[in-house]
Ligand binder design. Sequence first.
Ligand code: HPA
Ligand code: ZN
Length: 340
Amino acid sequence: MARDLPALLAALPKAELHVHIEGTLEPEMIFALARRNGVSLPYASVEELRKAYAFTDLQSFLDIYYAGASVLLKEQDFQDMAMAYFERAAADNVVRAEIFFDPQTHTARGVSMETVISGLHGACVQARQRWGISADLILCFLRHLSEEEALATLDAALPWRQHFIGVGLDSSEVGHPPVKFARVFERARALGLHVVAHAGEEGPPEYIWQALDILKAERIDHGVQAVNDPALMQRLAKERIPLTVCPLSNLKLCVFPDLREHNLPALLDAGLCATINSDDPAYFGGYINDNFVQTFAATGMTREHAVQLARNSIEASFAPDAEKDLWLRKIDRLIEEGSG
Ligand code: HPA
Ligand code: ZN
């Protein structure tokens, strides 16, 4: 008997390609780590902190997100945070996770690059052993800071070059176009790193063009503003440049007023390699399967869309081809069994 749609969405093997590990820090863990590390918080309780999660735009979220990350001091803290994410991801049938981290948020507080990367890398190794999840790290530069600071951050991370597969660009988008980071992305590419960039979340299609033409981004994170530029839509479809779309994030940051108006179905129907991801699930009200289930319920997308999204996520990932083939066959089997 065929599964109902929410069961199919849950059962599909999927890759999560857009999740900021600092955005998986649940309020309970923020308070537990604050106690463990003797950090004082400007909120009296978990409930009070959760109540502050009423965002109006990207910046209103980032201010609280950076404050939450201030409880992370030791290698074990980073490992515990990432293990909590992997446990949730495993329950959602995530087979591959490409995880963003923001070293500058931590090094600015005196936490060493080694502490950050060792803790997160340790969790990636354990995720494979415990849940069979294939996981890698992507180092993000904070775009509200200077390119010189991004270059220094890349240099500082090079002793752990083997522990991350790529670089990305996040934080406040408008006013900080991709071109600002042309040199550091060129350097990253020369080092053999993958390159991705947030573009077209709140910023204009021009930032997506820059991410493609100047940074040579292999994927665009968010990218939902592309629908306002037909020539860009054609390019994204023709070159199958993946968009890592995050519907609940877009809803909570008021990029769309209602999930029913999200343009994900339009992106898919235009032939783009769009994917569904959670972005900062502890802040936006749901992990990857919540994003799938709520978006499908709101937009009326079909089982065909579901299978396409799962396949897109595998295609768009930076995993080795042998692993990708295995997961694509798993998706085929799920459908052939009649359960799809
Ligand atoms: N956009 C930009 N920067 C971010 C985000 C996002 O959605 N989440 C965490 N840092
Ligand atoms: Zn993001």
